[in-house]
Design a protein around this ligand. Sequence first.
Ligand code: PEP
Length: 237
Amino acid sequence: MRTPLIAANWKMNPAPAGALGTSSPYRTHAAVDVIVFPSFLDLKECLAAKLIAGPQFASPEEPGAHTGDVSMTMIKTLGCRYVLCGHSERRADHGETDADVAAQVIAALERGMHPVVCVGESQEQRKAGKEKSVVKKQLAGLPLESDITIAYEPVWAIGTGKTATPADAQEMHAYIRSLLPENRRNGTRILYGGSMKPENAEELLKQPDIDGGLVGGASLKPDDFGKIVEIAAAMQK
Ligand code: PEP
């Protein structure tokens, strides 16, 4: 049994209104693990409000001469347990390579943190039938034998309103699971990300290998996010 995990990626946006309040839908739930990934500016307040919060990126370098960065060690000291690694917007905007992402994941694990690692193909790669080989390559350098979470996020579905069909998403999730070492095959959570919203969450979350969602746009709308969490909670697998 894998407890569903719904994670909010607020990207470069302030925390939504009411997010830190007592009845916030971003609080973790009896039947669903809920995590928020706010901007660095909001991280401390989220933790103080007892949300389970982590950064959208942290540098694997030790604290020192790296202008503009925040290190994994600093994040750990702040009290974060989770960290997002390798989001496609980081790969595109900051040129993060698979090797960079692997370094982040390893640094997180070394500090006792839990990385949520994003993989996924572009539209062109899917059109060319290369989605599985792309994802396999993205996973190849990762310590898959460790306790990590994987988020399958087809790049063409992020922020576009286009969603992978539940069948296509399930096929990729099952493929990713087949690549995991035996000791982690059943225990590793694999999230789907890409325009998840209340209208499509049930069909996606009921797929056997989809263990939750990484939610961008809809996570900025507290009511929609709360509905997704409730849909995940109601899921009988
Ligand atoms: C994301 O940012 O990880 C994401 C999946 O965004 P959206 O839900 O807006 O597609």
